[in-house]
Design a protein around this ligand. Structure first.
Ligand SMILES: C[S@@+](CC[C@H](N)C(=O)[O-])C[C@H]1O[C@@H](n2cnc3c(N)ncnc32)[C@H](O)[C@@H]1O
Length: 349
């Protein structure tokens, strides 16, 4: 990144510098090793439950398609992988400006979130910055990628100071912030592959319209809805200023609920897999089938996974120690992190 100009000091951030349930950052070498060893000619990769985009980032040398049902993840994915170029100088100057600001005015954030996940002072600053990004977009000062990068920087900064245990089911009552809100400059490549595409929709709809060499599937495993865990980040990313309810200050999230967190998960997975057009399907799914408490139990059984994937081609299962198991072998049950690779039958999909 170009930094040979004087704008004041700033810190930078990388894609993995945030907390996110089920993110695969620590498993990247496991995933890339399996793809490198088992798949050939993979030029286009679709990460259709992309979350933070960590897995897509491991394949940034190829053409990427990313997708997530949450807009807050879409905006981060677009910041990191978007096909549009951006001017780093603009981002750096604004971040330095935002960090130096003292704001004490009322806004949507102070009215709705003061002294919950954030102090009133931090809410004033978050609300001001988010509004300022919109204002600058309306004036044509920022392109869509620059807007996404600035919002990403704000979301990452909020994550660092939120008075939570990493998700927004509840805040730590009476806790005091121990560090100020500080935006960092995301070190996003200035020019990504010009054919990269980022989507924000239900993966089951998207797969009907895209084609890739490999489709990576990392759905939620249990009944915990991501829109509940990250509603504040989603609210700030969307900036539609909805009414919020209850102690948790949650907005209406009906359109954001995932079928993969319900008893419908197997049926959703079955139609998804049927509709995928790719040579390889790679699934991450943990093995909490009926081991944890009811909330953490996996929604799709291993039997269903193997039956559904096998209908599309030959399936191999890998555990994080890189050992391959035969499909159906009981040992796979004892390995928490598994990858299911389906080499799709030729002429299908
Ligand atoms: C296990 S996380 C993915 C983590 C990701 N691989 C990473 O490394 O950060 C599952 C993701 O799927 C998203 N999601 C849930 N249901 C979805 C759906 N029907 N379509 C698209 N995305 C969905 C959630 O918002 C969440 O970000």
């Amino acid at each position: 990144m170009e930094t040979a100009f004087q704008v004041g000091s700033y810190k930078t951030t990388l894609i993995n510098n945030r907390r996110y349930l089920g993110n695969k950052y620590k498993l990247l070498s496991f995933i890339t090793d399996v793809v490198d060893a088992e798949c050939t000619g993979v030029e286009v990769i679709a990460d259709i439950f992309a979350g933070t985009g960590a897995v897509a980032s491991a394949f940034a040398d190829r053409r990427l398609i990313t997708n997530d049902i949450l807009y807050s993840n879409y905006i981060c994915n677009f910041a990191w992988f978007g096909a549009q170029a951006y001017e780093p100088r603009k981002i750096i100057e604004l971040i330095v400006y935002y960090n130096a600001l003292f704001v004490d005015t009322r806004n949507y954030m102070t009215d709705n979130f003061s002294d919950t996940y954030f102090s009133r002072a931090d809410c004033a600053k978050i609300g001001f910055i988010r509004e300022d990004i919109e204002r600058r977009c309306r004036r044509g000062e920022l392109n869509r990628r620059e807007q996404a990068i600035l919002i990403t920087s704000l979301l990452y900064a909020m994550d660092k100071i939120a008075l939570t245990c990493g998700h927004y089911d509840a805040f730590r009552q009476g806790a005091e912030p121990d560090q100020p809100l500080e935006l960092r400059v995301p070190l996003a490549p200035i020019e990504n592959d010009p054919h990269n595409q980022c989507y924000n929709e239900d993966a089951n709809n998207l797969v009907k319209r895209i084609t890739a060499d490999l489709v990576y599937i990392d759905p939620p495993y249990n009944s915990r809805q991501y829109c509940d865990a990250y509603h504040v980040l989603e609210n700030v990313a969307r900036w539609e200023k909805p009414e919020v309810f209850g102690v948790g200050r949650k907005m209406d999230r009906r359109g954001l609920k995932s079928r993969y967190c319900t008893r419908d998960a197997s049926a959703a997975f079955e139609t998804l897999v049927k509709d995928i057009r790719a040579r390889y399907i790679l699934l991450s799914y943990n093995n909490m089938a009926a081991k944890g408490n009811a909330r953490s139990n996996a929604k799709i059984s291993d039997e269903d996974i193997l039956r559904i994937l096998s209908a599309r081609g030959k399936v191999k299962v890998f555990s994080a120690d890189h050992k391959a198991f035969n499909a159906g072998q009981s040992a796979i049950r004892d390995n928490a992190e598994r990858l299911f690779l389906c080499v799709c039958n030729k002429g299908e999909g």
